[in-house]
Ligand binder design. Structure first.
Ligand SMILES: Nc1ncnc2c1ncn2[C@@H]1O[C@H](COP(=O)(O)OP(=O)(O)OP(=O)(O)O)[C@@H](O)[C@H]1O
Length: 249
């Protein structure tokens, strides 16, 4: 069965006002519905910039991003209700509990009260937060905070989910819980676009990747095919082969 494109990125460039150079240069990618798409690259490559443009947080300097549902182009407003974003930074209120945070963000999406309660309790349970649901998030470990961040990003059950380094700084247990849950929702139909510096995690999780360096796409496609083309057995070797050993600023 032919997969449908859900996001078409055409010649997207970005130059921040305060910067003398492009953070992204003519990035073109197609992301298919139902995919787990990894945006990978060294520090400063432009991954967060691209995710921010795709989510509509910042505008591109030039180029175009088009969203499709069932093959039809959707408007920017329609896009807002079908996407979820889990940012690198914690996007919750530290002085509130997970339950209160989820109620707050759920209300912002206008989720009806009863529905929100059910969804909230389901997420608290599945992400291992139920026991601490009434404690202030500010007192939590890094892993628990990451799981709260994730729960908030998906409270409205988005069709397309963006995650910017969702497992950074967490232990193996929390990492596994997060990835397992993401695999589960992907199986149920959610398209996932994700960034990570954790190559073995990305290798296990992603179906397709784009490797970005210095704002340009230097490789894209199905992971297995890219490894075969470059005659390497794992993603880390592919990454080093294509981006080199040199430090990035
Ligand atoms: N608000 C901004 N103003 C000016 N330059 C910026 C801004 N945000 C990012 N940049 C620059 O754009 C480039 C790409 O940054 P970006 O954060 O998108 O990279 P990244 O791949 O997400 O990096 P990391 O893996 O370190 O998170 C970098 O050179 C960065 O310094």
């Amino acid at each position: 069965m032919e997969t449908q494109v859900c996001i078409e990125i055409q010649q997207v460039s970005k130059r921040y006002k305060s910067s003398g150079e492009d953070s992204l240069t003519k990035v073109s990618l197609n992301i298919s519905c139902g995919d787990v798409f990894g945006l990978l690259g060294p520090n400063g490559a432009g991954k967060t910039t691209l995710i921010s443009i795709l989510c509509g947080i910042i505008p591109p300097t030039s180029g175009q991003v088009t969203y499709f549902v069932d093959g039809n182009i959707i408007t920017e407003n329609e896009r807002k209700s079908i996407i979820g974003f889990v940012p690198q930074e914690y996007a919750f209120y530290q002085e509130l509990t997970p339950r209160q945070n989820l109620d707050y963000f759920g209300a912002m999406y206008n989720i009806p009260k009863k529905e929100l309660e059910i969804r909230r309790e389901e997420l608290l349970e599945v992400l291992g937060l139920a026991k601490s649901a009434d404690k202030k998030v500010g007192t939590f470990s890094g892993g628990m905070k990451r799981r709260v961040n994730l729960a908030i990003g998906i409270i409205h059950n988005p069709e397309i989910l963006f995650l910017d380094e969702p497992t950074v700084g967490v232990d193996v247990q929390s990492r596994n819980a997060i990835i397992r849950y993401l695999q589960q929702i992907n199986k149920a139909g959610t398209t996932i676009i994700y960034t990570s510096h954790h190559m073995s995690e990305a290798e296990e999780f992603c179906k397709h990747i784009a490797l970005i360096d210095h704002g340009k796409v230097i490789a894209k496609g199905e992971l297995a095919g890219l490894k075969a083309e470059n005659q390497v057995s794992d993603l880390q070797s592919l990454f080093i082969n294509l981006t080199g050993e040199e430090y990035r600023d």
